[in-house]
Design a binder for this molecule. Sequence first.
Ligand code: XLS
Ligand code: NI
Ligand code: NI
Length: 442
Amino acid sequence: MSILLGDREYFKGVGKIAYEGPESDNPLAFRWYDENQIVAGKSMKEHLRFAVAYWHTLCGTGLDPFGGPTLFYPWNEKSDAVARAKDKADAAFEFITKIGAPYYCFHDVDVVDYDDDVRTNEKRMQALTDYLAQKQKDSSVKLLWGTANLFSHHRYMNGASTNPDFQVLTHAGAQIKMALDATIALGGENYVFWGGREGYMTLLNTDMKREQEHFAQMLKLAVSYARKNGFTGKFFIEPKPCEPTKHQYDYDAATVVGFLRQFDLQDDFSLNLEVNHATLAGHTFQHELQVAADAGMLGSIDANRGDYQNGWDTDQFPNDLMEWTQAMLVILDAGGLAGGGINFDAKRRRNSTDVEDLFYAHIGGMDTVARALLIADKITQKGEYHKIRSDRYASFDSGKGASFEKGELSLEDLFSLAAEAGEPAMISGKQEYLENLINRYI
Ligand code: XLS
Ligand code: NI
Ligand code: NI
């Protein structure tokens, strides 16, 4: 039986993906993601809040710098932009409901093609907002976040909010306004800024300070517009160190936390962390999550993975249990994602051309993350991992160590204490032990 919501079935031959458990041999079933299973007091669905990314899943054509599209979609056939976009929305909601993700995410131009006339684009987006609102109502799928694509159009070749030309900046503002309108009308829970071209290709032509001030000013305008129009959700910044620009201002989590505090934006914003962006910045994903969590800004996740041999954003689907178990430990310790979810900002390879490949990709990603959640929960329950970590700092729990933490000691005090106690004993960091401990549960 078809669960199609529009008037045409696009993903023929694939039904609703069900949970069948770890023993199942069915490649079109979940082996670990059981949305109703309770883990650490919440259902998996509530913990993970999976989202499908419109851009890769519905728009990705498989093109690369060496070749054109390999993925051809029946929803791209109509010549009228709005009619074509409605077909795509039908396909999107068919896919999202079949895979069983509670959320989706989009850029404005994923939803409907824009041309160069701002008012035409506004009309197109309004038409699709109405259409998507109906689809959401019929399916109970929700919008995790919306965003504006401020990097693909050639006008943004020198940046969007950080463009040296004010006229270009106005177009960025117009797109943000329309994307916010759509996000708010669709009950979007968050709004994302990924600064695709907010950076520089060379400092020889760049006033970095002025560009970053412009960016902060744009963010302030976005916040005040959205709040005025009833948006109560979070804004996220998604760090990435490079690509497409040589240097992106939102380099990594620590840089963004500093930027948000510098411009007094920390109350409205938190972070959307992407696995492949973390590794491009020379960090682990776990590191980026921890930086955000420590700053109280752990918002949301773009799930994917890079390639150990490549230095760019390959956006592959997640499959690394060790990486995700470590990530889940951070997320559980932080009390979960604050308002965000786990969005598959990931694409199947350009030669994965079967209809089923899109499902295998998402099933693999969702199962990996779900399994990591179960493992991290088990590790937490057993308690040894957290105990080893906190015991390392036991010398600060009482006595002079505690006085130091309270700010009661001077540098002279430290001198005397060092002189009296003499050379400290060596204490093992137990890295291999801890790695084995994590592996034991995997
Ligand atoms: C690109 C980014 C992008 C953002 C949304 O590398 O990950 O997809 O998530 O603009
Ligand atoms: Ni992303
Ligand atoms: Ni990315």
